[in-house]
Design a protein. Sequence first.
Length: 104
Amino acid sequence: MANVGATLTQDPEDSLVYDMSWADFIGASGTLSASEWTIVPITVVDDTTLTKDNDSIGDTLQITYIRLIGGTAGRKYRIENKVTIAGTPTQTAERSFFLKVKER
């Protein structure tokens, strides 16, 4: 589980799934209708070596998932998750965590 604001690490050869729980934010009966993940390089602005795929919303409609692949050792990225909360009116919220890529 990726906690908001936390810094996680991964090896440049890794391909790992990360998840973010929105349950505390949206409440027990709240559900997500959309999720979008963005990778923001911190140490080198034009770094595109960390890639994403398989982003989804879990079965409970309160947890989002993303798989992050690669990255360059020694670099740091902010991983942002923007969600749409179902309801009338719909609402949006964004949370992020950091990922440091280093050789293990």
